[in-house]
Design a protein around this ligand. Sequence first.
Ligand code: MLC
Ligand code: AMP
Length: 509
Amino acid sequence: MTNILFDALLGQPREPAKAFLRMADGTEISYAAMQALTGKIAGALVALGVKPGDRVAVQVEKSPQALALYLATVRAGGVFLPLNTAYTAHEIAYFVGDAEPALVVCDPRTENEIAPIAKRAGAALKTLAGDGSGSLMALAEGQPEDFATVERTGSDLAAILYTSGTTGRSKGAMLSHDNLLSNTLTLVDEWRFTADDVLLHVLPIFHTHGLFVATNIVLAAGATAIFLPKFDADEVIRLLPASTAMMGVPTFYTRLLGRPDFNRDLVAHMRLFTSGSAPLLAETHVEFEDRTGHRILERYGMTETNMNTSNPYDGDRRAGTVGFPLPGVSIRIADPDTGKEVARGEIGSIEVKGPNVFQGYWRMPEKTASEFRTDGFFITGDLGKIDADGYLHIVGRAKDLIISGGYNIYPKEIELILDDLPGVVESAVIGVPHPDFGEGVVGVIVPEKGADITEAGVQEAIRDQLARFKQPKRVFFVDSLPRNTMGKVQKNLLRDEHTALFASDQKAG
Ligand code: MLC
Ligand code: AMP
């Protein structure tokens, strides 16, 4: 019996007694203990009625038990569906309704809100708190450790991760065992991970970056992760000397650079810093090297595709580029309209094909078909060019998307909510430069004549509907939105107008 992903990650740990996770207080969870925990949780999942192919939707704080729940779901043949802890019950209702999971696991603090949502979907509900307590672990405690791992082939689904869409409706990206494992093994090689590595794990575990890239690599390499609940500059500075590698979004690096005590000595023995999920400014790359002597390795990925390209481990890591296609991954720059490859150096749509590319959007065959070319290339929605030396540059986005602190925010989703508010005629949501988050969300609203509407009122009205990180940090009122002759809102003009809005908002640490 084989289970492609679980067997490769935790089926037979090479050194069972070795620490897989090291917590902030120094306590450790060995590979053997993690494996046993996944057996108990997998037993609980089966007892709750989770069958192979069933979705397990999870909105919980980062903890070893939460990671074990991911691995246990895969081990039991289920499909893991992680959800950002910032999502409101309003948002969760959509995901649960769409994915129809057999089980929902939430924090005990949100149980009352989530219970009716799970009930409507016919799903069981269990809780898991950040400290590992809750009804899921209570049930798992009574289960045996030696769960018979459920067989899964490479094309079976291991996870569904929702990504927002340009229409405002989120889409579930279906990722197979092969999608995840092929990318993990490639990255272990490309980035030279070995059992000697200690990865400082400070990313959230509900997205590709922290869940698959960071966690799967550590497991596949038999390495150790220092596992912190979230990015906290004080803690990172305290624990960097005990680490060999760190993966981050650009905000982590700008925050570290904002700390005078972040210096060369602290990271002298570090082997690797990687950055992705959002563009790393060339100036951050340069400043980081000046301060530490390390060149951040920038790579490019997506929920739908895992990692696509990477700057070289050995060789020139070029600021402002995302490097070369990973082995086995094909990248082409195409004319957005025809899909025909453009000449080297020209800007076009970035398209990707390879074992890393997802299986399509959950129950959206038409949407899936429209985002693939007939020859199997996936249209990323990013615009880029490949330079004379073969490095990929991301120069913009064909999709109307804001990336804030590494989280994707689709303006359409917010505009639909703003447009529904009393007194609003229409709205436009834009991203403008933000020194901490890269881009900051701004709402521009056309109110009805004489409407009694204020910035604070708008912010209050959307509080329960949208995750906090998606909510506009500022709202402005205008008589009309600028439009071109086709009637399309000229967001570039709005962005220009507000470009300096957050200039003084730097956060240090
Ligand atoms: C938090 N806030 C944000 C925010 N994160 N606002 C905008 N954008 C964000 N990303 C807001 C909160 O709502 C709150 O607002 C205030 O900031 C403080 O909240 P916090 O929880 O204390 O924030 P903090 O812990 O400082 O979080 C910031 C962060 C975090 C950068 C550490 O956002 C983070 O870990 N980002 C990583 C995202 C990530 O993993 N992306 C990978 C996607 S996978 P208020 O108003 O209430 O004070 C992917 C594919 C790929 O893209 O290629 O990797
Ligand atoms: P997500 O849907 O959250 O997986 O985000 C994927 C998007 O993040 C990509 O389509 C890119 O727009 C962006 N992205 C990821 N890595 C980088 C990078 N290194 N530089 C610029 N943009 C990036």
